[in-house]
Design a protein around this ligand. Structure first.
Ligand SMILES: Nc1ncnc2c1ncn2[C@@H]1O[C@H](COP(=O)(O)OP(=O)(O)O)[C@@H](O)[C@H]1O
Ligand SMILES: N[C@@H](CCOP(=O)(O)O)C(=O)O
Length: 293
């Protein structure tokens, strides 16, 4: 038996659509696997009632297939589904790390990234790796067709999750198919600024680089209260604010001393829009951890 804690993640960070991701120190899924002749999945925890236990429909089923590793699997959800916090990815990442160990497949963490991404194709239609990569490796990750690079960074974050669901599949439908050259230039500049900020653990540069003129404005329309939440977070000291993943969670970078104030301001703004929400005072965290074997 192997048990793995797989963290929530925030993908895109504004300027890095389908490329950037960060592991969050909290919340997390806990995935336990035991060898079995046939794969079965049991899901408990936050939002478990909305998550299929059929291996064909659960993200971990695709990981079992890819590793040829049938197992009895228990997923204890800490990451609410349809959150923008890589809920589907956390289970897939945890399963990939756990099954690799259970069956001694000997794959490296980086080699597990495309395997876990197969799970994302099951739910969103695209095997995007920007959530599974940080959930497996930890830190800030950059994933391209050439593979994944990661760096540890100490950046305080606030993630505010409103009590509404946005499916990644639906939120991918509003992504523009093309972008004007000016927007492309702006996005590249922001993404490069953010990457330098991560390498220096500098919340000001990271926040500055979180702006995105192409995808985020379209997604923000799906989140009631987004503009007010963003403005209030900046007023409270956030250095950057954007949609987390496909939403509805909103993520802010800040300094340690401002984290509580930013969290309170974001909650208050959602409340003003008539939306219940919860805030995680988080930071960039570590990747999947084996808890027990
Ligand atoms: N192990 C899993 N954990 C969470 N969601 C899952 C899992 N397997 C399948 N799903 C489905 O994936 C969808 C949530 O994924 P997604 O829309 O990408 O949201 P998130 O941003 O939270 O990952 C839901 O429809 C859910 O039923
Ligand atoms: N790059 C993807 C990330 C989706 O993240 P999720 O946490 O909402 O699953 C996208 O933006 O579609």
């Amino acid at each position: 038996m192997v048990t793995v804690r797989a963290p929530a993640t925030s993908a895109n960070l504004g300027s890095g659509f389908d490329v950037f991701g960060t592991a969050l120190s909290r919340p997390a899924d806990v995935v336990t696997v035991e060898k079995a002749a046939e794969t079965t999945i049991e899901v408990t925890g936050v939002g478990a009632q909305y998550i299929p236990e059929d291996p064909e429909k659960n993200t971990v089923g695709a990981v079992v297939e890819a590793l040829d590793a049938p197992a009895r699997i228990h997923i204890d959800k800490g990451v609410r589904p349809a959150s923008g916090l890589g809920s589907s990815a956390a289970s897939a990442a945890g399963a990939a790390v756990a099954l690799n160990r259970l069956y001694d497949r000997g794959l490296s963490r980086k080699e597990l990234v495309p395997i876990a991404a197969e799970g994302e194709a099951v739910v969103s239609g695209v095997a995007h790796s920007d959530n599974v990569a940080p959930s497996i490796l930890g830190g800030f990750t950059v994933t391209t067709a050439e593979g994944t690079r990661s760096v540890d960074a100490a950046i305080p974050l606030v993630v505010c999750l409103p009590d509404v669901a946005v499916s990644t599949r639906d939120a991918r439908r509003v992504v523009p198919e093309t972008a004007p050259m000016d927007d492309l230039v702006e996005t590249v500049g922001n993404a490069a600024t953010l990457a330098i900020g991560m390498c220096r653990s500098d919340p000001d540069l990271v926040g500055l680089g979180m702006d995105d003129p192409v995808v985020t404005p379209e997604r923000a329309r799906l989140i009631t209260g987004y503009d007010e939440v963003r403005e209030r977070a900046f007023d409270a000291g956030a250095t950057g604010v954007t949609v987390s993943g496909a939403g509805p969670a909103v993520i802010a970078a800040c300094r340690d001393r401002d984290r509580r104030r930013v969290a309170a301001a974001m909650l208050d703004a959602f409340d003003g829009a008539g939306i219940e929400a919860r805030a995680y005072q988080s930071r960039i965290g570590r990747g999947s951890t084996i808890l027990d074997e």
